[in-house]
Design a protein around this ligand. Structure first.
Ligand code: PSU
Ligand code: MN
Length: 312
């Protein structure tokens, strides 16, 4: 016989600060943890985790870094929790599909864009900032590797501020999949889709917005129309003077892709492998461009969350 349902608060736990902000309708910005655990090198990653939370606060919003710790999806982490995410060895990388299993088995892991956006939406947080989304991998015809980020965003009502999708991916194919899946994409003060480490990917975007208020207005209209609960992607380019040198980017990325193929790296491991290869192969320059992009996204997300919470 089926017993009583598990209540959501047995698996999803906002911090007191986040719960209070949400209850008051104050601005909250969700942050993902995979970028900390798998996307950035130690010990810089812990500093970055703290810095990003500080940038959200400067923008007048409450940060909610999300991760699964000991089987509980935590919305808003304290200093000890952030340390665990940044330093625990063998921490898992959890997508949306892993959440129930991780909760049942008491596992801990960092959450990707797919798991973080799902959990943010469940917790009542509408705005989320990251670096670059996952997407369609370049060797898709052999591997069918398309990040679960895309599918989750097609059925999750969240606004994701990002510097486009990671340039290790097939960017035109990813944009095509976002179109097919009905995910709205708007360039922030740009007509071109950003290229993560690069200011532009060279691909056009259909919609251009100039202000955080315009973004909040799109969000309200998503709700007014109703229908499938899809996301809004706000594509915010890394400033030109902070981007990675495009020639260096292209050269090292070609090497990284060849190395991944030669070593047979695939599945969940490929994104962290390529990002790490780029950091080493560019002498740390890709890391600086990645961080510049994430900082800009976090600041903009704070302003969007504030405009959303003001309701104008
Ligand atoms: N953005 C970054 N660095 C990262 C990621 C995003 O600047 O490491 C992570 C996100 O968590 C994203 C994941 O969801 O990479 C994509 O992984 P995959 O390709 O395996 O879906
Ligand atoms: Mn993948």
């Amino acid at each position: 016989m089926r017993t009583t349902e598990q209540p959501i608060d047995s698996v999803l736990r906002p911090s007191d600060e986040v719960a209070e902000a949400l209850a008051q309708g104050a601005p909250v910005v969700a942050l993902e943890s995979t970028i900390i655990s798998h996307g950035l090198p130690q010990p810089r990653n812990l500093e970055v985790a703290r810095e990003l939370e500080g940038l959200v606060r400067e923008a007048g919003a409450v940060p909610a870094t999300i991760a699964v710790l000991d089987g509980v999806a935590r919305i808003g982490l304290d200093e000890d929790d952030l340390k665990r995410i940044a330093t625990e060895s063998g921490l898992r990388k959890l997508g949306f599909r892993d959440l129930a299993a991780a909760a049942a088995l008491g596992a801990s892991g960092a959450t990707t864009v797919s798991a973080t956006s799902f959990l943010a939406a469940r917790a009542g947080i509408r705005v989320f900032a990251t670096g670059g989304l996952g997407g369609v991998h370049r060797e898709w015809t052999e591997t069918q590797d398309e990040s679960a980020d895309l599918d989750t965003l097609s059925r999750t009502r969240v606004t994701v501020v990002c510097a486009g999708v990671k340039s290790i991916l097939d960017v035109p194919a990813t944009l095509q999949r976002l179109e097919t899946k009905g995910v709205t994409v708007a360039g922030f003060r740009t007509d071109e889709f950003p290229g993560f480490y690069l200011h532009t990917s060279g691909q056009p975007v259909d919609w251009r917005v100039e202000t955080a208020e315009q973004v909040a207005h799109i969000m309200r209209n998503q709700d007014a129309f109703g229908g499938p609960e899809s996301a809004l992607i706000v594509a915010n380019p890394v400033p030109l003077d902070e981007q990675l040198d495009p020639a260096l980017h292209d050269r090292v990325l070609a090497e990284a892709l060849a190395a991944a193929r030669q070593r047979g790296v695939s599945g969940q491991a490929i994104t962290p492998f390529l990002l790490d290869y780029l950091v080493r192969g560019t002498g740390g320059a890709s890391l600086e461009a990645n961080l510049a992009a994430v900082r800009g996204n976090v600041r903009l997300a704070g302003r969007i969350a504030a405009a959303w919470s003001r309701g104008n």
